[in-house]
Design a protein around this ligand. Structure first.
Ligand SMILES: Cc1cc2nc3c(=O)[nH]c(=O)nc-3n(C[C@H](O)[C@H](O)[C@H](O)COP(=O)(O)O)c2cc1C
Length: 198
């Protein structure tokens, strides 16, 4: 045992510091959330864990809808600000110069300035202790056209996404290889990689 043992804690890193938009186009709100992740591929499902004391908790519980907006490094300050102030007292969209954007499948707005948004519909709420876990179907994904190359492939590096680790924001570094690169055979003409399946 060469590592130092600490008691159990939330030291999973990095996690995405996403900006979750909720409410309506007329009365929108944003809550910054780091306790989020994917839980199923087909159909695509996600979760966010939210403390019942948050203003957004009531909005999401009432409507059963929210959008997960991925945070680019250019919006980290706004994400942090939205994670400190409550929508009970302030219009976070207005204060952060962000634009509510009409979603396709939900009535909650998207954040126009975020490069990728996941439209989510809640199918269960599980109390965990400090937080309640909102389990949700991802019913649509909205991508900024600038992230696509000529053939329509998503170039995620163009989104310049931020990461959150041990209470600090970071920018993603350089690509280290594509999924399956460790087993991909190098052929002159056909460089077949294993199909990504999670
Ligand atoms: C980086 C970051 C991550 C956060 N993650 C969560 C989270 O996962 N769940 C949560 O309930 N609050 C989280 N918060 C705190 C809320 O964003 C914060 O309490 C916010 O002011 C709530 O806004 P509201 O009252 O308008 O809903 C986080 C804050 C920051 C800055």
């Amino acid at each position: 045992m060469s590592k130092i043992k600490w008691k159990g804690g939330t030291l999973l890193a990095p996690v995405p510091p996403v900006m979750v938009s909720c409410g309506t186009m007329e009365k929108p709100n944003i809550i910054t959330v780091a306790w989020t992740g994917l839980i199923n591929t087909i159909p695509p499902k996600t979760y966010i864990s939210v403390r019942p004391s948050r203003h957004s908790y009531e909005l999401i519980k009432e409507s059963g809808e929210f959008a997960i907006n991925l945070t680019p490094t250019s919006l980290v300050k706004q994400a942090d600000w939205c994670g400190i102030h409550t929508g009970r007292k302030v219009d976070k969209f207005a204060r952060c110069n962000l634009t509510p954007d009409q979603a396709n499948e939900i009535s909650a707005p998207l954040i126009l300035e975020c490069p990728i948004s996941l439209e989510c519909k809640v199918f269960d709420i599980i109390p965990m202790g400090t937080h309640d876990m909102f389990l949700a179907d991802i019913v649509a994904v909205d991508v900024a056209p600038g992230l696509l190359d000529k053939s329509g492939r998503l170039c995620i590096e163009r989104a310049h996404l931020a990461a959150f680790a041990h209470g600090e924001y970071f920018e993603l570094g350089k690509s280290l290889g594509k999924f399956g690169f460790s087993v991909a055979k190098k052929k002159k003409h056909k460089n077949k990689q294993p199909k990504e399946e999670k």
